[in-house]
Structures are given as structure tokens and as C-alpha cells.
Ligand binder design. Structure first.
Ligand code: BG6
Length: 489
């Protein structure tokens, strides 16, 4: 069947930076389904040749040189057409339909536009007869800034499309290593018996970024790290790490299990918010050898910087999943901008047995720890204890590790998170997309954190750019007698 992929916002930042390069990867991997036409729709005047030149320029900037080939570009670009029009206007959309969309083709619409116009575009699609029962609609964050605003956006989508037609992207679910959590947990039977509060002491999920907010200041100041990263990416990673085995590997089962995790998160209240959360904001400092300004000294894109802004560019949270498997296990989540390095990882710290048989004098007996590195150096590292080789009396111990790298040193990735997700939209598989119920549950949990911050007047604590975050985060984790895993085994 022929497929029309209509990208609304077809010459915007998301489309140019992410979507076309990711679709190119499908071409490169010979995964582009046959007879796909990609229609980049935008209001701006453009003509086909100039538009393709622009797409090519962005593609070459975003795809590694080794993976660019003129031959693949020719094949790919022959599938792209530019369509000028305003998707919020039914007449304009009808013209695009007439000129570019095939009657009877499978239609996929990607809304690469701000959510405040999702509703108008949906009405317009409906008015033009494009909201057919087979149409698929792809959207992505920011899906609201609270549960209430998410529901308002979702109502507009749900008025025209069913849940089975909606593909909500969280690009973290497109990452290989995030999907590998499912493989690691459910394809390796040795872990499952240990994956609970009896054997696991605590979990840390870290997404650390070295970049600042740059020229996104005005967007970011309305958002902050909790809404930008925790509500979606970190909670999705947590769901895959903590969910019960789904009955089968399909969208319905996986999403149902993830939802249960979100619904079991312990509520953060004004009474416990100071114990369980820390918000931070970066001050000037040095990152990768370069001096960088503080958050309040960044060059704003649109507005005056608010010198009193309390927007958090860092957040650390102690969460708990209150269910049979996890109750009592602290789950520490942290993410921030302008930190020491860019890396994301999950640390699963196992408990240590109470009774020790080894000589206390040369005891370096540490509990087992599994570090699942999501990026950049993807892999799994397991800390185990070994005997120190030699003739020393007894069994002296030292720690070592089993280290598994997914890619190998010279590995060049031939696809990215969006390629996988776009491919899944084209083959109509919703497993790696987020359901409305999940987004709502995640917002519900995040909303009460904001409510508690507001009620208690909790402010953002400064941290130096290039550091591991604010000192308060060390205090938070130290309360439980633990410490952050800062790039050490
Ligand atoms: C986005 C956030 O969703 O994820 C950005 O809006 C953040 O602020 C980005 O930088 C991080 O994604 P990745 O894939 O680089 O870890």
C-alpha cells in the first residue's frame, strides 16, 4: 500500500534537525517501506529545489559523514516533496490534499508544531476528510505543563482520533539501550529473581547534561528540568526498569504495566517535599574547560531574563514505588543541565548479606552493583568481588567488574531514536509510544511536586556549572546512608 507521511511544520527545527535525518537512516538501512511519499508542509514560501537543498544541508550536519552517500540521498530525496500551506486552515489543507495526497493511501500525519495548534489542525484534517479511521497521528512533548493542560490538549486530539490512532513520542523509548532494558530483564532469567526489595538496596537514574539552556531560555524558564525531563524521559525509563513482566510484548500489555508503576509512585507532599526533593539552578562555572555563564546570565532569545526566576535546571528526587515488588526501595532520580559531563545511566545497587566470612583486615567487600549506561558509552557493568591474586593468607578481596559494551569502540550507529519510532509508526506498532493514561499519571505525580514546592516556598539551590549538582542533592541521598554514583564503579 502507498503511504503518505505528511509532516506539518515540515521546515521547522524538529523536522530539519531530527525527522529528515532519521528518515534518511531508514533509507540507509533499506527499511523505508516501498511507495512512501514524505510531504513537508509549511506556511513559508519555498520551492522544491531550495527546500531539498535545506533538508540536505541539515541532514549532512546531523548524520555522520561516514553514513552519508549521494546515492542514498538521491533515493531518499526523490520521496520528499514540499507543500506550501497552512494546516490550521481547511481550505489550504484541502489544496495540499488534492495536489499531493493519494486517495486510498495510508496517511500518517506528524505534528511537528506547537501543541497550542494541535486542535485546529485536527479540526482541519477532519474537515478535509483526512481524519479517516486508518489515519495515524504522531505528536510529541511538550504535552501540557500539568495534568489539566495535558487533558485539554488530549481532548482536542481525542475528539477526532481514537487512542489506537495516536502515537505519542518519547524519544527516550526509541533509544537502543532503553529498549534493551526489556531484553535485559525479561530475556535473562538470572536477574528476575533478584529484581525486588529483598535483594535491591536502591536504584539511581541519572540523566546528566553538560549543555546549558542556550537560546531556549524563554521556553525553558516556563518548563524547568522536572517538566522537561522527569515527567517523561526519566519516568519512562523507571517504568521499564520496574514494571512487572508484560503478558505479551505488545502495546496493550507493556503500556498497562508501565501505568501500574506510575500509579504506585508515593505521593510527594508539602510535609515530605524537603526530604525527598532538591531543585537547583546553575551558576557560572567551567564545563569541558570553557567558562560558561549562569542560568540567569544566559542570553535570552525573546524575553528579559527574570532575575528572580526559580526555574530548576536540576532536580533530584527520592521516589518510591509502593507495591509488592518495590516498597521500601528508594529510587533516586536526578537530571540537570550544565553538569560535569553528558551521561545517562541507571544504577541498581544490590544489598549485602549481613553475615561476613572474610577477614575484616583486608576487607574491601562492596555490595554488587549493576550500572546500565544509556549514553554515551552504552553498556552494562556489573561489580563483583574477587580474590586478590597471590599468597597472602586468607581470601583477601578486591572489586572488579564484568564490563559489556554494546557498540564497541569504533561503532558508528546507523540509526537514531527517531528512526526506530518513525519506523514503528509506519508499521503501526504502538508498543514504544506512550498512552494517554501514562502521560496523565506522570503529570499527576509531577503536579503534586510543584504544588508542594509552591506551598513550602522551596527555592532553587545554586550549583556551579561543571559540578555534579547542588550540595543539597548529596544531603538528600546521604540521609539514607547512600551516595551518588558519580562516574565511579
Ligand atoms: C529533550 C529535552 O526532550 O531531551 C532537552 O527537551 C534535552 O532539554 C533532551 O536536552 C535530552 O535528550 P538526549 O537524547 O540528548 O539525552
Amino acid at each position: 500500500m502507498n503511504t503518505d507521511l505528511l509532516i506539518v511544520g515540515g521546515d521547522g527545527d524538529l523536522a530539519l534537525r531530527k525527522l529528515y535525518p532519521s528518515l534518511y537512516y531508514l533509507e540507509l538501512n533499506d527499511c523505508m517501506p516501498e511507495n512512501v511519499q514524505i510531504i513537508g508542509m509549511a506556511r513559508t514560501a519555498n520551492e522544491q529545489t531550495a527546500f531539498l537543498a535545506k533538508v540536505k544541508e541539515w541532514l549532512q550536519a546531523n548524520v555522520s559523514e561516514a553514513l552519508y552517500s549521494d546515492e542514498k540521498w538521491q533515493a531518499f530525496s526523490s520521496k520528499i516533496v514540499f507543500a506550501q500551506g497552512d494546516a490550521t486552515n481547511p481550505e489550504s489543507l484541502a489544496k495540499v490534499k488534492e495536489e499531493f495526497l493519494g486517495e486510498g493511501n495510508q496517511l500518517v500525519v506528524y505534528l511537528a508544531i506547537p501543541p497550542n495548534i494541535f486542535g485546529n489542525v485536527c479540526s482541519s484534517l477532519e474537515a478535509c476528510g483526512l481524519a479517516k479511521p486508518t489515519t495515524r497521528l504522531v505528536v510529541e512533548k511538550p504535552l501540557g505543563e500539568s495534568r489539566e493542560s495535558f487533558l485539554a490538549i488530549n481532548d482536542e486530539l481525542a475528539r477526532v482520533f481514537t487512542e489506537e490512532q495516536l502515537f505519542r513520542i518519547d524519544h527516550y523509548l526509541g533509544k537502543e539501550t532503553v529498549q534493551n532494558l526489556i531484553a535485559m530483564r525479561f530475556a535473562n532469567d538470572i536477574f528476575e529473581p533478584l529484581w525486588n526489595s529483598k535483594y535491591i538496596d536502591h536504584v539511581q537514574i541519572t540523566v546528566s547534561e553538560s549543555v546549558g539552556v542556550g537560546n531556549r531560555w524563554s521556553f525553558y524558564d516556563q518548563t524547568g528540568a522536572t517538566r522537561d525531563m522527569v515527567q517523561n524521559h526519566l519516568l519512562q525509563v523507571l517504568c521499564l526498569l520496574a514494571m512487572e513482566p508484560p503478558a505479551v510484548l505488545n502495546a496493550e500489555s507493556v503500556r498497562a504495566e508501565k501505568l501500574k508503576v506510575l500509579n504506585c509512585l508515593k505521593t510527594i507532599t508539602p510535609e515530605n517535599v524537603k526530604e525527598y526533593t532538591v531543585r537547583g539552578q546553575y551558576r557560572n562555572g567551567v564545563v569541558d574547560g570553557t567558562s560558561v555563564p549562569g542560568y540567569l546570565e544566559e542570553e535570552s532569545d525573546k524575553y528579559e531574563i527574570d532575575p528572580n526566576s526559580q526555574t530548576e535546571t536540576y532536580v533530584a528526587l527520592q521516589a518510591e514505588i509502593q507495591n509488592w515488588r518495590w516498597s521500601g526501595v528508594p529510587i533516586y532520580l536526578r537530571t540537570g543541565k550544565r553538569l560535569q559531563s553528558r551521561h545517562s545511566e541507571i544504577v541498581v545497587q544490590f544489598k549485602q548479606s549481613h553475615h561476613q566470612i572474610f577477614n575484616q583486615n583486608h576487607l574491601e567487600h562492596k555490595p554488587n552493583r549493576m550500572v546500565i549506561r544509556l549514553q554515551p558509552d552504552e553498556g552494562i557493568r556489573l561489580r563483583i568481588m574477587n580474590k586478590v591474586a597471590g599468597l597472602e593468607a586468607g581470601i583477601p578481596l578486591e572489586s572488579g567488574c564484568l564490563d559489556f559494551h554494546f557498540g564497541g569502540a569504533n561503532h558508528v550507529k546507523k540509526h537514531d531514536a527517531y528512526s526506530r519510532l518513525l519506523f514503528d509508526v509506519l508499521r503501526n506498532d504502538q508498543t514504544l509510544f506512550v498512552s494517554a493514561a501514562e502521560v496523565e499519571a506522570a503529570w499527576k505525580w509531577v503536579d503534586q511536586i510543584f504544588a508542594a514546592w509552591k506551598e513550602t516556598g522551596m527555592k532553587a539551590e545554586g550549583y556551579m556549572a561543571g559540578s555534579f549538582g547542588p550540595p543539597g542533592a548529596d544531603v538528600l541521598i546521604a540521609r539514607g546512608g547512600r551516595e551518588w554514583h558519580n562516574l565511579v564503579l
